[in-house]
Write a protein that binds this ligand. Structure first.
Ligand code: AMP
Length: 115
């Protein structure tokens, strides 16, 4: 069994953070270093999957649950539109190896990806 991740420790109440939403298998918190007006993290309660590729292969229903929770939160905290980011691997900026989705919303028109 690996060491509890920072997100597991938040879920267990060992590290203070407000859990702003919860489903059967997932929960959400505010990112401590927000990169957008709304910047939330949607996280499986289990730390079995290190990244979204492992999650998609191992439990696609749980991946779907994460996306549904992101959608609900974007409607509650912004206008419903959102950007979903899964940093995958250290070179892509992943620092916590307990899969999580960054949900960015609110005023994203500037600095959008793509042409
Ligand atoms: P990543 O770099 O994609 O692995 O994302 C990890 C995210 O967790 C970063 O955006 C951090 O700002 C965020 N983070 C780290 N510690 C905390 C914490 N205690 N509460 C909320 N967010 C955190």
């Amino acid at each position: 069994m690996s060491e509890p991740s920072i997100f597991t420790r938040i879920l267990q109440g060992e590290i203070p953070s407000e859990i702003i939403a919860e489903t059967e298998n997932a929960f959400a918190i505010r990112d401590i270093a927000p990169q957008a007006p709304v910047h939330l993290l949607v996280i499986p309660k289990s730390q079995d999957y290190r990244n979204v590729v492992e999650l998609a292969a191992g439990d696609p229903d749980l991946l779907s649950e994460l996306i549904g929770l992101a959608n609900t939160l974007a409607a509650e905290h912004a206008d419903g539109d959102f950007r979903l980011i899964f940093n995958t691997g250290p070179a892509a900026g992943q620092t916590v190896f307990h899969v999580h989705a960054h949900v960015l919303a609110g005023g994203l028109e500037e600095g959008r990806l793509g042409g």
